[in-house]
Design a protein around this ligand. Structure first.
Ligand SMILES: Cc1cc2nc3c(=O)[nH]c(=O)nc-3n(C[C@H](O)[C@H](O)[C@H](O)COP(=O)(O)OP(=O)(O)OC[C@H]3O[C@@H](n4cnc5c(N)ncnc54)[C@H](O)[C@@H]3O)c2cc1C
Length: 434
């Protein structure tokens, strides 16, 4: 890497938000430098299910997420059709549009998409550098100056605009612990291990605000004790079937409407301290073992897989038979079984059980932004030249979730476009209609 670089726009991160930001900036004619902390590009996006989706409309979004900090989710829903067309221009989706509970989307081949975007960036004179660590960032009226360490050398990069797209704070154990009531449990990470809150730290250092009061997160329930060793484990360990099961606290009480989905169940378990007992029936077990839960998820017996990998799991001929065993885990199942409604929901026949913990994919509390994706200062004013996208952005969601890839694509494309226009004019510009 040369000692001095002077691109128009620097983008930190090569996940969905960073790749979309860099590509959009290039489309505006900007010279772009993309810096990635990891030794490879892709972030969580590259190991994701690739399903670019969101809520069907704003009512569905509000119904899913009525949280007070859900401030920017409407951009995702309103931007879905346009960003889908834009992504399709790089590589067509691998499925037609498919429905989910309250939304719809297409599965994309993310490595192929990123390969095509990388080609676009580099063909336009941009650069993508992996293994690059930003050690210092300063800002003045003309832009930002970054110190970047790579291959044992430190270089200086000067740019008009900086886009933070580092994926959020979830790989920082303290950030994960803070999401769980009581702070006693360290929930597992379900995502790339490089998103440690660097974006938030840089924004704070430049006068930005981070909303840590938004404790929302996107994640799924894992059986207690499993340890992911490969990215595919993030998908196979996820007990999506909790939406058709029963979740009980230590006293044997239900505490959530499980039908709202496993991602919301994970948040509900975090809100009661991070542990719960999940039960489901033979009927549910057969369906989850023979039907992909979401587009492209592998057909696996998630209970068996979790058991074989050391997860706290059990099964018995009926729920009553599980009572003594789960008492050893710390759960009063007998109390729950005295309630007819709970018995009815658990179902009949062989019953499967797991003690579950929330595994965290992405924090919802992050860097506060305005409607153009600019980081804001303590007075709510945009910080010139500092833009935010994807998991780094605060308050896209709060108490629900309507797609991470679409959110990253919409906010990434927006940030890259505005960052490039600012670089071109050296003046503040309005949000694009991207
Ligand atoms: C197993 C799994 C399955 C998923 N499936 C889906 C799905 O089907 N649909 C969906 O909508 N969402 C899905 N998601 C969520 C989705 O992947 C994320 O919401 C999305 O990738 C967020 O995009 P991002 O660009 O903000 O973060 P990422 O894609 O994680 O990218 C962040 C990048 O920033 C890099 N970085 C971190 N720190 C620095 C730094 N200091 N300097 C430079 N670079 C840095 C990271 O290494 C990473 O490459 C899934 C996630 C996982 C883990």
């Amino acid at each position: 890497m040369a000692a001095e670089l002077a691109p128009d726009v620097v983008v930190l991160g090569t996940g969905m938000a960073g790749m979309c930001a860099a590509t959009a900036a290039v489309e505006q004619g900007a010279q772009v430098l993309v810096l990635e902390r990891a030794p490879t590009i892709g972030g969580s996006a590259a190991i994701s299910g690739g399903y670019v989706w969101t809520a069907r409309n704003l009512d569905s979004l509000r119904n899913e997420d009525a949280g007070e900090f859900q401030r920017h989710g409407h951009f995702v829903v309103e931007g879905y059709e346009d960003v889908k067309r834009w992504l399709t221009g790089f590589t067509p989706p691998v499925t037609e549009e498919l429905p989910t509970l309250y939304g719809r989307g297409h599965k994309f081949d993310i490595p192929l998409l990123f390969g095509t975007m990388a080609g676009t960036i580099v063909s336009a004179g941009g650069r993508i550098l992996v293994g690059a660590e930003v050690t210092d960032v300063e800002r003045d009226s003309d832009g930002v100056t970054l110190s970047v360490r790579r291959d044992g050398e430190t270089s200086t990069v000067r740019a008009r605009s900086l886009v933070l797209a580092t994926g959020g704070r979830q790989a920082d154990p303290e950030a994960r612990r803070s999401l769980v009531e009581g702070g006693a449990l360290l929930p597992p990470l379900r995502g790339n291990r490089f998103s440690r809150g660097y974006g938030a730290a840089i924004a704070t250092g430049l006068g930005g605000r981070v909303n840590t009061a938004n404790k929302g997160f996107y994640g799924h329930l894992f059986a207690a004790g499993v340890e992911p060793i490969a990215p595919i484990d993030f998908i196979i360990f996820s007990l999506f079937q909790s939406s058709e099961g029963v979740l009980l606290d230590a006293d044997g009480r239900r505490f959530v409407d499980e039908k709202r989905g496993d991602h919301n169940n994970a948040a509900a378990v975090a809100a009661i301290g991070g542990r719960a007992l999940l039960l489901w029936s033979q009927d549910v077990q057969e369906r989850v073992s023979t039907t992909p839960w979401t587009v492209g998820t592998p057909l696996m017996d998630r209970w068996l897989f979790s058991r074989d990998r050391g997860g706290r799991t059990a099964s018995a001929a009926d729920a009553a038979e599980l009572v003594p065993l789960v008492r050893e885990w710390g759960y009063e199942l007998q109390t729950a079984l005295e309630d007819e409604a709970v018995r009815g929901r658990i179902g009949a026949g062989r019953i499967f059980a797991a003690e579950v913990v929330p595994a965290v994919t992405m924090t919802f509390g992050g860097i506060e932004v305005d409607d153009a994706g600019a980081a804001v200062d303590g007075h709510g004013e945009p910080i010139p030249g500092l833009f935010v996208a994807g998991g780094d952005t605060s308050d896209i969601y709060h108490r629900g979730y309507a797609g991470g890839l679409c959110a990253a694509a919409v906010t990434g494309r927006r940030a890259g476009t505005v960052a490039a226009r600012l670089a071109a004019t050296s003046e503040r510009v309005a949000a694009p209609n991207a």
